[in-house]
Design a protein around this ligand. Structure first.
Ligand SMILES: [Zn+2]
Length: 85
């Protein structure tokens, strides 16, 4: 069985295969689509509502224990892609 993770936006517990993994790399928040990047990961539903809420509330830096404001550009791009579909 898949391990269970918690969405940083809605706090629902979900199988990790249903969630997007977000990691910090070189000061940028990026989507770890293949789940292979090293380091601490934050998890979120691949849904406009959860992703936009998490970005707006700064949930990723908090979950990843990053001080300051990492670049959320890659996540915003993903959000746009989700909204277009
Ligand atoms: Zn969620």
């Amino acid at each position: 069985m898949d391990p269970v993770r918690t969405c940083v936006a809605c706090r629902a517990r979900e199988s990790r295969s249903e969630l997007l993994r977000i990691v910090l790399q070189d000061g940028r928040l990026i989507v770890d689509d293949r789940g292979v990047l090293p380091g601490r990961g934050a998890w979120v539903h691949p849904a406009v509502q959860c992703l936009s809420q998490a970005v707006t509330r700064g949930a990723f830096p908090r979950a990843l224990r990053v001080s300051g404001k990492p670049d959320a550009g890659p996540l915003e791009n993903r959000l746009k892609t989700l909204m277009d579909n």
